[in-house]
Design a protein around this ligand. Structure first.
Ligand SMILES: Cc1cc2nc3c(=O)[nH]c(=O)nc-3n(C[C@H](O)[C@H](O)[C@H](O)COP(=O)(O)OP(=O)(O)OC[C@H]3O[C@@H](n4cnc5c(N)ncnc54)[C@H](O)[C@@H]3O)c2cc1C
Length: 420
């Protein structure tokens, strides 16, 4: 299939696809209503979290949800006005927390994100973006061994997927991360991970690289698809009609509206998340720390410490809420009691969350010429480099060497049997 490829959404997924398509000599138009790297890819925790193969819903979560919602220090928030809309999705989402489903999800995710540092190195090779990739440990921090043991299923799934780690206990935690509060006495250090020290800039520099290779960046909103003889012919945008032979929907949490134009109802929610950035922070960390007590990550970034995480269901349109930001501030202070800084900035973003915790990757219905590359939940930065490459391969007629069936964009229209 020749002719231009329109990529709708210039986050990490769309930009990675643009880079690989441009490298393959394809004509690319990268469309975003904002600029590259200004969506969720801007504000995440920056972790190349290869071992984060365990979805949020796990056995036992359902029983904990009411308490988590009522606890002002719990990491889960819900805007009441959004409840009627989110409820059907939430019920299905929690049903995926059965052990068999969790295993299936973890196995599929391990194939997609297990080699993420290498995939990002390949993506950034020969570009100014490679300086943002820092190899590091990824460390999960707990109060004690009992708290670690409560996550037993997750750790056994990681072990089965081939991940190895070092357990650090007691005073040794202090030696490993001296700025951490003494109440945290157990840590799990996963080697061979990495982080991006400025995720927004990283995506922007990659987009600039795609432009050097000939890609066109267009600031516009994609609104609809135009077909001729059953094949894609153009994208209707706020800046006019863009002729194309293929398109990639990489619009993150906003992808549902475009899929709807194709007659597909995707059970996709926004899992809103927050960050606080402490500029000029005095805290020094050995790498990103996942703080089990508050479900947030503290990542050393260029000139600042970023703490990012939490989950809020509140939809795509409402602005940020105050309570999650206040909790993040309290949690950062609890984790790093001596934290001092020059200034602080906050941010809210939208994790694209399909109900089964797996992204949609591949051609939408057979032979439409439209490809999905969205829905990566908590691991979109991690999986973006490989997702972009896989989609570029498919468009160029190359057969990927991993089984993409768990990520099929058609899976929700085929059957809901697995949930019943
Ligand atoms: C607090 C938080 C922490 C996180 N931490 C991590 C982490 O440490 N590691 C990790 O791997 N992941 C993390 N994530 C998840 C990760 O950030 C996302 O999964 C990822 O950024 C999604 O990338 P994307 O390219 O799919 O979407 P986005 O980056 O959101 O890009 C989508 C783009 O599409 C554009 N768009 C949407 N609709 C249209 C339209 N109709 N026309 C034109 N443009 C459109 C938007 O403007 C946007 O720029 C975190 C997320 C949050 C919220």
């Amino acid at each position: 299939m020749n002719g231009p490829v329109a990529i709708i959404g210039a986050g990490i997924n769309g930009v990675a696809a643009a880079v690989w398509l441009a490298r393959a000599g394809r004509e690319v138009v990268l469309i975003d209503r904002k600029g590259p790297g200004e969506g969720t890819s801007y504000g995440n925790a920056g972790v190349l979290a290869s071992a984060s193969i365990v979805p949020v819903p796990i056995p036992g979560l359902l029983a904990k949800v009411p308490r988590m919602l009522l606890d002002p220090d719990g990491p889960l928030f819900l805007r009441p006005a959004h409840l009627p809309r989110v409820l059907p999705w939430l019920v299905r989402y929690l049903r995926y927390g059965r052990e068999a489903e969790v295993r299936r999800t973890a196995e599929a995710l391990a194939l997609l994100i297990g080699d993420s540092v290498e995939q990002h190195r390949l993506l950034a090779a020969g570009t100014g973006a490679k300086r943002f990739i820092v190899p590091s440990d990824y460390t999960f921090v707990y109060k004690d061994r009992a708290a670690f043991a409560a996550d037993a299923l997750g750790w056994s799934l990681r072990r089965e997927a081939g991940f190895r780690w070092e357990e650090i206990e007691g005073e040794a935690v202090r030696n490993y991360a001296p700025d951490l509060a003494p109440e945290f006495r157990f840590a799990v250090r996963l080697p061979d991970h990495g982080h991006i020290v400025d995720p927004g800039r990283y995506v922007q520099v990659l987009a600039a690289h795609a432009q050097v290779l000939g890609a066109r960046v267009l600031q516009a909103e994609a609104q609809d698809f135009v077909f001729a003889d059953g094949r894609l012919a153009a994208i209707e945008t706020s800046a006019g009609r863009i002729p194309c032979a293929a398109a990639v929907i990489s619009s993150g949490a906003w992808s549902g509206a475009l899929m709807k134009r194709l007659g597909l109802a995707i059970p996709l929610e926004s899992e809103r998340g927050y960050h606080l950035e402490f500029h000029g922070a005095n805290v020094s960390l050995p790498g990103p720390l996942m703080m089990g007590f508050g479900k947030f990550v503290a990542t050393p970034m260029e000139g600042r410490l970023r703490v990012a995480g939490l989950v809020e269901f509140g939809g795509l349109d409402a602005g940020p809420s105050r309570a999650p930001l206040a909790l993040l501030a309290r949690a950062a202070r609890r984790a790093f009691p001596s934290l001092a800084y020059d200034s602080v900035q906050d941010w809210m973003g939208h994790r694209p969350a399909p109900v089964d915790s797996l992204p949609l990757i591949g051609e939408v219905a057979s032979r439409t010429g439209i490809y999905a590359a969205f829905g990566h939940h908590h691991v979109g930065l991690t999986g973006g480099a490989k997702t972009g490459r896989l989609v570029a391969d498919l468009i160029c007629g190359r057969r990927p060497n991993i089984d993409l069936s768990p990520f099929s964009p058609d899976r929700f229209s085929r059957s809901r049997r697995r949930e019943d």
